[in-house]
Design a protein around this ligand. Sequence first.
Ligand SMILES: [Zn+2]
Length: 504
Amino acid sequence: MRFAKKVSYPAILAIPLVGGAVAASWSSAHITRSFGDASAEAPGTLGSGLDPAAGAAAGAFSVVPASGPAAAAPQPEQVAALPRASLLRLPAQGEIEALEEAEAPPPPVTRQITVARGDTLMKLLIGAGVDPAHAHQAVTAMEPVYSARRLMPGQEIDLAFAATGTASDTASDDLGPLLAINFRPSRERDIEVSRTHPDGDFAANAVDRPVARQLAYAQGTILSNLSVAARQVNVPNLVLVEAIRAFSFDVDFQREIQKGDDFEFLYEIFVDEDGLPVRTGELLYAAMTLSGSRTEIYHYERDNGDADYFTPEGTSVRRSLMRTPIDGARLSSGFGMRKHPILGYSKMHKGTDFAAPRGTPIYAAGNGVVEVAARRGGYGKYIRIRHGSSYKTAYAHLHGYAKGIKSGARVKQGQVIGYVGSTGRSTGPHLHYEVILNGKQVNPLKVTLPRGDKLKKDELAAFATHRAEVDRQVSIAMGGILMVQKACEEAEVVEQGSATDREC
Ligand SMILES: [Zn+2]
C-alpha cells in the first residue's frame, strides 16, 4: 500500500500557531529600526511592494491609515509573507515618502560574510572592513542576545555599512561605519544588531520568526519493521520515537510486529514562511493494526496540564510498569525453564534477558522506591524497586548505577537507574529483568499489568469532544489520500473508506 504518503493540508488544516501576536510584535520590533532599514537598499532592488509586513510597519508610522490592509487580522498567508531579512526589505510607499521629506542618507552598503572553522566574529568583522572599535561594540551588544561563540561554520552573516556617498557599493574602500549585522542561526530565529546612526550605540534583537502549524498524516504498511516503513512515508524520527513510546505499553516491537501490519499517524509540523518544516510537534493520533487487530491512541492534555495518550474510551495507555525497561534491546532469553548457560543444567529462569551493548541505559519500569542498589551474588550489581504494595521489579548484571540511585531513592517511570553490564554470573552484557508480584517472580511479558488512570466524568466529556475533532481531521486526511490514489489510477472510482490497499 504505497500510495499512502505523507500528506499535509495547509489549505484545510493550517492553523496559525502564533497568529497575530508574533506578526504584530515582529512589526513593532521592526519599526524602531525602520528609518535605518528603509534605506538599506535602493528602492526597487529587492522585495515586492505588496509586502504586507512593510505595510504594517508603515501603518505604525501613521503614514498609512490604520484601516489599511495591514490592520486586518494576520492570515497565515500574511505571516508567511514576512520578509526574510528585514534589513533587505523594500520600504512601503509611505515610508519612502516619509524618507524623501526627511533628508534621506545614501543607502547603506551591504556585504555578506560566511563563518569558517576557527573564525571569530571579531576577526570576520575586521576582515570585512569593520573598524575594530565598532566591531567590538557590536559584538558586545550582541552578547546578551546571542553569544558569538555559538556561531557555526557555514553561517552566513549580512553586514550593512553607512555609505561614504562617493564611490560605488562594490568597492571595499568606501565603507563607512558598520550599521547592522543580521543573521539567522536557526530557522526559527533572526538576530539583528543595528544602530540608526553611524555614531550611535548598537542594539541587539532576537526576532522569533513566525511559524505556522500544520497537520500531517502518514499511513503505511510494515514489510520489515516499523522504523523502515515509517521512514518510507517521511515520518520524522521524533514522531516515530513518540509513537513507539506511546505504544510500548501495549506492543512488543521486537516480536509482535508481522509483515502486513499497518500504522497511521496524525502529527503536527511547524513550517516557516517558505513552507519549510522547522520542527515537529505532537503526535496527535496513532493507530496500529497488528495481525488484524486495531489499537488507537489519542494525545490529550488533561486539566492539570499533564499530557498523555489515551485509548478511545479515555483510559491512559500508560501501564504502571513497563514490560521492557530498555530501548532497542534484543530479547535473548525468556522466562521459564532453560538450560543454564553457565551452570549447564536445566533451571527455572525467573526473569527476562535483554541483550544490549554495555552502557545501554536501563529505565525504572514504574514509579517507586529503590529497595536495593548493591551487589548481590550471581546477580552482580543489582537494583530492586518497590512499586506500590504488590509489585517489585529487579535489574541485574549492571555495569553501574545512575547518579542518585541508592536504597530509599524515589524513582519515576522511565528514569535512568543504571547501565547494562555483565557483572555477576553472566556470559556477556545483558539486562536480566524481573517482575515480582506478591513476592513471586512472574513473566514480565505475560503478566497483566494494571492500566493507568481513566478520565473522570467531566474530563471524559472534554476528551470525547477532542477525540471527535481528531477523528474528523483523520477522515479529512484519509479523503486526501484517496484523492491522491485517484489521481494515479485515473479511471478507478474510489469510495472514501474503501479500497485502502490498492497499489498506485
Ligand atoms: Zn536472566
